[in-house]
Design a protein around this ligand. Structure first.
Ligand SMILES: [Zn+2]
Length: 280
């Protein structure tokens, strides 16, 4: 996932400033053939990082983006194309701000009160390559949000699309995304399973972390020192201040792990050796 942030601070939804405790994620798609993020997401000229964001997003000359008053809707993120054509997620509201995406519920309170929402920018719904990329991005975004709010995507009503929300009575009558995903052989059940799998991929055990940390430290310790420190290293070695760690890589020379971190006991040993050297 490539996540950029461009909060739509001029949207009335943002200005309303209401907050929720997220209980799920609702997947939407825009219902219009325009896969570019700039159609919906724009930075304000007063934003600190305006130039950088407009370079990434491209500039919307039609003045119909959602960072303005009177739009009447707002989601937490959009998935679509950056100016260079690559796919990204633009976060457009704080994740736990109340969005305006589901409309009124028919038999229950609106999903606006419970669900984080994102729109996938639709193209002509006939490009398998584009679909594959935005589907993948949506899986990763949803997995990220479920992990963030400790949600299980396979529990009922947690990860749902707008249409499913309508059937559950918590959203207005829209078709998204069931008019699009099945064209490329994907159901919302597939989507939920893919989100779950993505979350499991990301979970790391303490053992795995420790093993990777050990491996990284070993590789770090075998990196060649920089040239600028040569005189200092020669001084430290010849005065017995820095001692080697043995021939770790088996090349017949003592290794000094100059690119690795010292422990506190190593630091104090070095300090002590310097002080003793000064007294000689
Ligand atoms: Zn929708």
């Amino acid at each position: 996932m490539r996540l950029i942030q461009c909060i739509l601070t001029d949207n009335d939804c943002y200005k309303t400033n209401q907050w929720i405790t997220p209980k799920g994620v609702m997947v939407h798609s825009t219902g219009a053939n325009n896969p570019t993020l700039k159609r919906y997401v724009q930075s304000l000229e007063t934003d600190e990082d305006y130039d950088q964001l407009i370079e990434l997003l491209g500039y919307n000359r039609n003045a119909n983006d959602w960072n303005r008053r009177g739009v009447g809707a707002c989601v937490h993120a959009f998935i679509g194309k950056l100016a260079d054509g690559s796919i990204a997620t633009a976060q457009t509201l704080p994740w736990n701000m109340r969005g305006w995406h589901a409309g009124n519920g028919t038999t229950r309170p609106s999903a606006n009160n419970t669900h984080i929402s994102f729109e996938i920018c639709e193209d002509g719904l006939d490009d398998a390559d584009y679909f594959g990329k935005v589907y993948r991005e949506a899986v990763e975004l949803t997995a990220h949000l479920c992990a963030l709010y400790d949600l299980d995507p396979l529990e009922p009503e947690v990860v749902i699309c707008h249409r499913e929300g309508y059937r559950l009575g918590m959203a207005s009558r829209h078709a998204d995304v069931e008019h699009w995903f099945p064209k490329f052989g994907k159901t919302m059940d597939d989507f939920r399973a893919d989100v779950k799998a993505e979350m499991e991929d990301e979970e790391m055990t303490q053992e795995q972390f420790d093993a990777m940390m050990d491996d990284w430290l070993t590789r770090k310790s075998l990196q060649k020192p920089s040239g600028w420190s040569q005189a200092d290293r020669e001084w430290a070695q010849s005065n017995g201040i820095m001692k080697g760690i043995g021939d770790v890589d088996g090349d017949g020379e003592t290794d000094y792990a100059y690119k690795s971190f010292p422990t506190r006991e190593e630091m104090i040993a070095v300090a002590h050796r310097i002080v003793k050297m000064g007294k000689q």
